[in-house]
Design a protein around this ligand. Structure first.
Ligand code: ADP
Length: 445
């Protein structure tokens, strides 16, 4: 077992990683920008190193500063968390050349899966149904592009091959708007990802977002920890996640796992990954792979009983996992996560954290802490588990009611409003659900 690991992230995910490491007997080194010197992850780690000023580009995204911090403190491995450099193949490669174990897949797999056009081709190769769409759009052939879009049928969605976080996506309703939107999408993609490659998918009007949690040991042993439904989204950003997915029946669950396992097996994938699908009219379509641990991983931890961070570390540092291959049908109960987002930065004066059976609050908040304007607005995740959806929702209601965060405005009451809405209760809705209720939700204080 390794002795020391650098946590190359901040906020709740850094705290989450530190917790598993401590249980495994691994010492942790936290990193922080000057805006985060008082953060919980800094307090909880065995050691902490300042890696730069508040802008992420000069701190959490500085490969050089992170690797220097790891080497100077005698770390053997680096956990990138989620976001920042977690899916950056060049960074993973640099870690390797510096003698550090990158807790994530190989640079080659990151390269392949980080490009959505290549990932789609790979999924197709292993027989997975893929969302109807094109390969990379050729700049020099607008006529072919127009024909391809016409063939798919409008509306279509233009996506950045290197995209993520909902950036660089544009929905196009008719042929007349295609060329201009492709040009805009290219510029956005170039600005955000330094790669202007875009492709086109058929835009499904109101699908569900369903994803499988995968763990793999790097030698072809693949464990599927079941699916999550992440259909409640605002501007393509997830707000509420649950497992199992209300729209997935046992035969679809089996088919999804049967389709996903060969892909991860053949890639000799290492660590945690998520394969995302759109589900419509009883069919599922591959969308992309996120080659890292995800924000919503705790719902899968609750239903599977597996510590995903621990398995990730074991897979990457020792080439083994403590669990046997499984297909997700072993899961039990129902778990739901509500993301707790700050509506504005500020100081937290009072904090009361919910507890009791089946309740988990992953957060970086503590009384007196400051929520910085420099980073993500998500300050916590409230996750509950019970035997079925109805009971889990009752538990979530209870836990949201116990959560008190004074000093900053948060979305707790809005989340409560959403989970009690008859449409959410019915379990039957698509990704446009949030936009339909947005006005009402956002009037809730
Ligand atoms: P990102 O990598 O930027 O998060 P994704 O490809 O994962 O982008 O898509 C994010 C969300 O955008 C999906 O969950 C879904 O709500 C919507 N979306 C993406 N592709 C399509 C599509 N072809 N049809 C309808 N909605 C889509």
């Amino acid at each position: 077992m390794i002795k020391r690991l650098l946590v190359a992230n901040r906020g709740e995910i850094a705290v989450r990683i530190i917790r598993s490491c401590r249980e495994m007997g691994i010492e942790t080194v936290a990193v922080y920008s000057t805006a985060d010197s008082g953060s919980l992850h800094v307090r909880l780690a065995d050691q902490a190193v300042c890696i730069g000023p508040p802008p992420s580009a000069k701190s959490y995204l500085s490969a050089e500063n992170l690797i220097m911090a790891a080497l100077h403190t005698g770390c053997e491995a680096l956990h990138p968390g989620a976001g920042f450099l977690s899916e950056n193949a060049a960074f993973a490669r640099l870690c390797g050349s510096g003698g550090l174990v990158f807790i994530g897949p190989s640079p080659e797999n990151l390269e392949l899966l980080g490009n959505k056009v290549q990932a789609r081709a790979t999924a197709r190769k292993y027989g997975l149904p893929v969302t109807p769409g094109t390969d990379a759009v050729e700049t020099e052939n607008p006529r072919r592009t127009a024909e391809n879009a016409e063939k798919l049928g409008f509306p279509v969605i233009i996506k950045a091959a290197a995209g993520g976080g909902g950036k660089g996506m544009r929905i196009v309703k008719n042929a007349g708007e295609l060329e201009e939107n492709i040009a805009i999408a290219r510029c956005e993609a170039e600005a955000h990802f330094a790669d202007g490659t875009v492709f086109i998918e058929k835009y499904l009007e109101n699908p569900r977002h369903v994803e499988l949690q995968i763990l793999s040991d790097g030698s072809g042993n693949v464990a599927v920890l079941g699916e999550r439904d992440c259909t409640v989204q605002k501007n393509h950003q997830k707000l509420i996640e649950e497992s199992p997915a209300p729209a997935v029946d046992p035969s679809m669950r089996k088919a999804m796992a049967a389709g996903a396992v060969p892909l991860f097996r053949e890639l000799k994938y290492r660590g945690a990954g998520t394969i995302e699908f759109l589900v419509e009219d009883g069919s599922f379509y591959f969308m992309e792979v996120n080659a890292r641990v995800q924000v919503e991983h705790p719902v899968s931890e609750f239903v599977s009983g597996v510590d995903i961070i621990r398995e990730q570390i074991l897979a990457c540092t020792e080439g083994r996992m403590s669990i046997a291959p499984r297909d997700g049908t072993e899961n039990s109960g129902w778990a739901i996560e509500c993301r707790i987002n700050a509506l504005a930065p500020g100081r937290v004066n009072r904090l009361e954290i919910p507890g009791g059976p089946g309740v988990r609050f992953d957060s970086s908040l503590y009384p007196g802490c400051t929520v910085s304007p420099h980073y993500d607005s998500m300050v916590g995740k409230l996750i509950v588990h019970d035997t079925n959806r109805e009971k889990a929702l009752a538990r979530m209601n209870r836990a949201l009611g116990e959560l008190v965060i004074d000093g900053i405005a948060v979305n707790t009451n809005r989340q409560r409003w959403i989970i009690n809405h008859p449409i959410f209760r019915s379990g039957s809705f698509g990704t446009s659900y949030y936009s339909e209720i947005e006005k009402e939700v956002e009037s809730v204080l």
